[in-house]
Design a protein around this ligand. Structure first.
Ligand code: CU
Length: 174
């Protein structure tokens, strides 16, 4: 896969975010008086992640991961990259018309959540360094455009496990 492109893009995205922030706070000769000193820390979103799991992978070629990412702030943010010791190539996938599609970023709405769930958005691991079994833990780090990175421990579950079993009855995706 094009992991180099993915990485470069993620790096470019975080650089853009950093530049935007510094550009804003150093904008001293503008006439706008709306900038107060305490604003920047209050505006930075913080993410909480719950229910993270990975269905036991069939082999070491690929695996999917699901979780709910909650943004309790008034600032919308974006999930821009995921890393893990288990794979050097993690991708953010959406599912449209039952087809997975690799996307560069996914919105985490202000005062809202991004749901990664079976049959929908998910994190995809390509080329696993080993094959985790039920009961194992897999660590991932989520990177955002604005919020600090979040480390998450995924529980490896049975292949049929579904956190929202009542909401989804089709067995699509992984
Ligand atoms: Cu996928």
């Amino acid at each position: 896969m094009n992991r180099r492109t993915t990485r470069t893009l993620a790096a470019a995205l975080s650089l853009t975010a950093a530049l935007a922030i510094s550009g804003c706070s150093s904008d001293s000769d503008s006439a706008s008086g709306s900038d107060s000193g305490s604003k920047s820390s209050a505006a930075k979103p913080a993410m909480t992640v719950s229910g993270g799991y990975m269905p036991e992978p069939v082999n070491d070629k690929m695996a999917g991961a699901f979780m709910v990412i909650k943004n309790d702030s008034k600032t919308a943010d974006k999930l821009v990259a995921v890393t893990s010791p288990l794979s050097d190539d993690l991708q953010i996938h959406e599912t449209k018309d039952q087809q997975m599609r690799h996307v560069q970023a996914m919105e985490v709405p202000a005062n809202g959540e991004l749901k990664l769930e079976r049959g929908g958005n998910h994190v995809m691991f390509m080329g696993l360094k080993n094959t985790p079994k039920v009961g194992d833990k897999v660590t991932v780090e989520l990177r955002f455009e604005k919020a600090d990175p979040v480390k998450v421990e995924l529980d490896v579950k049975e292949r049929t496990y579904n956190a929202k079993a009542s909401a989804h009855t089709d067995g699509t995706a992984h």
